[in-house]
Design a protein around this ligand. Structure first.
Ligand SMILES: *Cc1c(COP(=O)(O)O)cnc(C)c1O
Ligand code: SF4
Length: 404
């Protein structure tokens, strides 16, 4: 298997084939569309050079991981201060300067802040909380693979992420260096996929797979591409949102050679739709990736129709298709984010028919005990008797359809 194109037969490093220049056909969005995506602010980093700011290695190195750094960016409340200390050994804090600069320094209810700065709610254990809310470990035939559906698997490749989301469902593993996917584990996962010919779709997840180097990712994708029964894979990554600088031309050239590649990202609020995020999505889309968004419904962040409508309109301009809205699951320490299921149904009702169907995702509950994703969209069938179907349209009017 040709996993390492950087080496010639005798092992010399040469130019990688994906480092060839991109075709000059650059797809530039029209200016008035781009103008709706202002660059993210610089906040405490006004002195930093353009080159450093746009360098993802710098962003990664300068991540906020402690209270003293955080105090320089926002006015930390007493509650946040306590939470930073008390949650420290359960779930690390990690925020890239780019994402931190999106936070409102004065408002503790800022949606970006709620997603990245610890709060005391995390220490509250609700009776409904589960250690492994989606039974991902139970459905693990080998470490690092969750095989729940007949034709596709989740494949964990790393446990690092540029920003540790406070609502993360994999809190128990993400950011824990002792559970990081070792090389051996990735090899075992690849072997499992090779042996199971029913697997045609691989969801590459983590953590965030873009925390891996281009070469490492190229190796994994190359191995997957060499398996004849694997038709597509998806990269589950939040880098587009939290570290858009990671989407470099090099990365995109590498992805191009493994097409078809699907990218599923995780925007939760229109505030995250900056010029930087727009550019990251543009590069991925121009490289042929089909991008979807998986939003998590979070109390105080996006639990109202207006916010979701604005987010989804922005995503469509970024060539990102809203794919799922997830009901917040039962992971430990995220009960303060949970909304009633009815909140999500209300949001879908406010979207369907009122705006482009493209802006209407599926609302799903990822059921506990490994039940998988179950759609809980509102129902438009009022009743049906024999061949008579009574349906309700988006405006609440009823219509009857008779089957031939
Ligand atoms: C979400 C998920 C998938 C992918 O599900 P789709 O509905 O196809 O997006 C696959 N495996 C597991 C274990 C999952 O949780
Ligand atoms: S990027 Fe995803 S895996 Fe990483 S902390 Fe956020 S939600 Fe969890």
């Amino acid at each position: 298997m040709n996993g390492d194109p950087a080496k010639t037969a005798n092992g010399d490093a040469t130019t990688r084939e994906w480092e060839a220049p991109l075709a000059p056909a650059e797809i530039r969005p029209v200016p008035h569309i781009q103008a709706r995506f202002p660059p993210g602010p610089r906040s405490a980093w006004t002195e930093v050079s353009e080159g450093q700011w746009n360098d993802w290695h710098w962003q990664q190195r300068e991540r906020i991981t402690g209270l003293d750094q955080l105090e320089k960016v926002i006015r930390v409340t007493d509650e946040e201060r306590r939470a930073c200390v008390e949650t420290g050994d359960q779930f690390h804090m990690g925020i890239t300067p780019y994402y931190a600069a999106l936070m409102d320094p004065e408002d503790p209810h800022c949606p970006v802040r709620l997603q990245s700065v610890p709060t005391m709610g995390e220490l509250f254990a609700s009776p409904a909380d589960l250690e492994d809310p989606l039974a991902e470990d139970r459905d693990m035939p080998v470490p690092g693979i969750t095989h729940r559906y007949p034709d596709r698997v989740l494949f964990y490749t790393t446990h690092n992420c540029p920003v540790y989301c406070r609502h993360c469902t994999r809190k128990r593993k993400v950011a824990d260096p002792t559970s990081a996917a070792a090389r051996k584990q990735v090899e075992d996962g690849l072997d499992y996929i090779t042996l199971h010919r029913e697997i045609r779709d691989v969801v590459i997840s983590g953590g965030d797979p873009l925390s891996l180097s281009d070469d490492r990712l190229d190796y994994i994708l190359g191995r997957l591409r060499a398996i004849p029964h694997v038709e597509i894979f998806r990269l589950g990554t939040r880098n587009v949102v939290t570290l858009p600088q990671r989407i470099t031309d090099d990365l995109c050239r590498m992805l191009r050679k493994h097409q078809p590649v699907y990218v599923n990202t995780h925007f939760n609020h229109p505030k995250e739709c900056t010029a930087e995020a727009f550019e990251a999505a543009r590069k991925l889309a121009d490289a042929g990736c089909v991008i979807g968004n998986q939003m998590v419904l979070l109390k105080g962040v996006n639990d109202d129709p207006k916010t979701v409508l604005e987010l989804n309109h922005k995503l469509l301009m970024m060539r990102v298709r809203p794919y799922y809205i997830y009901q917040c699951d039962l992971a430990k320490g995220i009960s303060h984010f949970r909304t009633p299921i009815e909140t999500g149904r209300k949001i879908i009702r406010a979207l369907r028919g009122h705006t482009s169907g493209l802006a209407v995702p599926y609302f799903v509950v990822d059921a506990p005990e490994g039940g998988g994703k179950i759609p809980v969209n509102p129902d438009y069938v009022v009743r049906h008797e024999g061949k008579k179907w009574v349906l309700r349209n988006y405006a609440g009017k009823e219509f009857t359809y008779y089957e031939p």
